[in-house]
Ligand binder design. Structure first.
Ligand code: AFP
Length: 342
């Protein structure tokens, strides 16, 4: 028997233990972040369980629909939002919540306030639920200086001010990927233990990848730089092999694959959608933060994504994110196209 391997297998690094280890590097920390993260993890576990039972429990459908027992059923994204909002408020560690599902920001009652702002998309890719494609929750965390004197200005901060970001993917397994500003780690839910276990320590994205990921159906509306880059992916001029196309249409799943296998994920601006489709605060920024933490890059077509300052909470932004070299290439194409036009 390989005792070393056996000992390793029984020494489980749960997500809480991992975050406590990180916390111990900051003697001034009082555990507030660990408490917050535990509540996010609880939300992820709930949604994971609900998504996996969705067909069975007839939870899919329009909000207000009734199930066979005559009980009112909620649409999965509405349900997920409620779960996260309640979990985050009850943590006692949040002051402002921004959710994809809620038009307005939620300012937490002063009696329950803490020092964190959480921006999140409780169930991204929900149009894919009915066919069982992987979907996920995306979140980003900012810190406020003064929790008693809050305004939307506290939320409208560039991504480089974020203190943590992550996503949970509800797929063939439930995987939570997290960065607290010190690299990226992936945890897989062990359903028998009900715990997220560290399975992907210190994720580094390959420097260059073999996959490009974009909705090709929008090609007729792309700008010149995007069209040129995709052309290069298919017909490389340097004699290298063409890249493969993979596009799920569920950002968490497309980004997860990009993070592990390398390559580039793009949702560009186009003639119909001058700012692209994806939301800056709770899609583009958290995913860009993770990419940079894993050694990749994220670019908007104009600048580093993490430098962009949001003007409103549901603002959209184009994004190109993934392997360092692949994003570098599209940056060069944008610069060349810009120069041609001046
Ligand atoms: P839904 O939540 O409506 O399914 O949208 C998913 C999403 O916001 C993101 O997860 C995908 O990357 C992107 O939209 C796909 O958009 P297209 O369908 O336009 O390619």
């Amino acid at each position: 028997m390989d005792h070393a391997a056996e000992a390793h297998r029984t020494d489980l690094m749960t997500i809480t233990r991992h975050v406590l280890n990180e916390q111990s590097k900051h003697p001034e920390a009082r555990g507030a972040f660990t408490i917050l993260l535990n509540h996010i993890v609880l939300g992820c576990k709930f949604v994971c369980s609900a998504v996996s039972k969705a067909g069975l429990a007839k939870l899919i459908g329009l909000a207000g629909e009734t199930n066979v027992q005559g009980e009112e059923q909620k649409k999965m994204d509405v349900l997920s939002n409620e779960v996260f909002v309640k979990a985050l408020i009850s943590s006692g560690q949040t002051s402002i919540l921004i959710s994809e599902e809620d038009e307005e920001a939620t300012f937490v009652d002063p009696s329950k306030r803490g020092r964190y702002i959480v921006v999140f998309d409780p169930l991204d890719g929900s149009s894919n639920i009915d066919c069982g494609v992987s979907i996920g929750t995306i979140f980003g965390i900012y810190m406020v200086e003064h929790k008693d004197d809050l305004s939307l200005e506290d939320v409208l901060q560039p991504g480089e001010k974020m203190v943590a970001a992550g996503y949970c993917m509800y797929g063939s397994s439930c995987t939570l990927v997290l960065s607290t500003g010190n690299g990226v780690n992936g945890f897989t839910l062990d359903p028998s233990l009900g715990e997220f276990i560290l399975t992907h320590p210190n994720i580094k994205i390959p420097k260059k990848g073999k996959i490009y990921s974009i909705n090709e159906g929008n090609a007729k509306n792309w700008d010149k730089a995007t069209a040129k880059y995709v052309e290069n992916c298919k017909f490389p001029k340097d004699g290298s092999s063409p890249k493969s196309l993979r596009y799920i249409g569920s950002m968490v799943a497309d980004v997860h694959r990009t993070l592990l296998y390398g390559g580039i994920f793009m949702y560009p601006a186009d003639k119909k959608s001058p700012n692209g489709k994806l939301r800056l605060l709770y899609e583009v920024i958290p995913m860009s933060y993770l990419m940079e933490q894993a050694g990749g890059q994220a670019f908007t077509g104009k600048q580093r994504a993490l430098e962009l300052v949001p003007n409103n909470i549901h603002e959209r932004s184009p994004v190109f994110l993934g392997s360092y070299d692949d994003v570098e290439e599209i940056k060069k194409i944008y610069a060349a196209v810009e120069e041609e036009s001046t």
